[in-house]
Design a protein around this ligand. Structure first.
Ligand SMILES: *[C@@H]1O[C@H](CO)[C@@H](O)[C@H](O)[C@H]1NC(C)=O
Length: 214
């Protein structure tokens, strides 16, 4: 018997972690409470939905992204000042809300390259490192195409570690706002399907993060 367990936590910006944690804990409790059902739950798959904001700061105070390759080719036709092959390495802050002052939840570490000759499209390759809340210590590997002229972009979740071990899925990626010429705020909705065997969030980490599950 196979029972498919899906966790769809459609959450508000303000409180994504507590709700995701709550539902995940509930499933873990149910799995422990019922013998034969436990195996089915372990064999099932869960969808985890996270929303957070990414701060790409390419200059000025608090810079987190640095251009490491200046493309030697001709100027890009639709991105003034940019060249095919331009590559930036980032360690961008991830926060719970769109404000940089809201609670930090992790970092986005990786690179993006201007990889289209004609369109304003970047190739992104990064690790989402979660540093707070229920998934503290887990990572999500994200790869894909970011056409900055599109209102919503879709990138791939290609793996992960910890609670996201063996993850597959997608990320919906939007430009939320420009704080300044050098500071873009991106809204990321991550939909990750994880095997039932992936470790659930750690209760200790939840307490450390100050999240109240009551
Ligand atoms: C995340 O985990 C690290 C290592 O276990 C710990 O030092 C840190 O306090 C945790 N942070 C939060 C916000 O829970």
């Amino acid at each position: 018997m196979t029972i498919e367990i899906r966790i769809m936590a459609f959450v508000s910006t303000a409180a994504w972690m507590p709700r995701v944690v709550f539902v995940a804990s509930l499933v873990a409790a149910l799995a422990m409470a019922s013998g034969p059902a436990a195996a089915a739950a372990r064999g099932g798959r869960r969808v985890i939905h996270l929303r957070f904001y990414m701060h790409d700061i390419t200059g000025g105070p608090g810079q987190t992204a640095v251009q490491v390759v200046k493309g030697p080719g001709p100027a890009h036709p639709v991105m003034p000042g940019s060249h095919f092959g331009d590559t930036t390495v980032m360690d961008d802050a991830l926060t719970e809300g769109a404000s940089a002052a809201s609670r930090p939840v992790g970092r986005a570490q990786g690179t993006y390259t201007l990889a289209s000759l004609r369109e304003p499209a970047l190739w992104v390759s990064m690790t989402v490192v979660l540093t707070g809340g229920a998934y503290n210590g887990s990572t999500i590997a994200v790869v894909g195409r970011d056409d900055i002229s599109a209102s919503v972009r879709e990138l791939a979740v290609v793996g992960g570690t910890g609670a996201f071990r063996g993850a597959t899925g997608h990320v919906l990626w939007r430009t939320a706002r420009m704080e300044s010429r050098d500071h873009v705020v991106l809204e990321l909705d991550v939909y990750a399907t994880v095997p039932g065997a992936s470790p659930p969030p750690r209760a200790g980490a939840v307490r450390q993060g100050g999240l109240n599950l009551d």
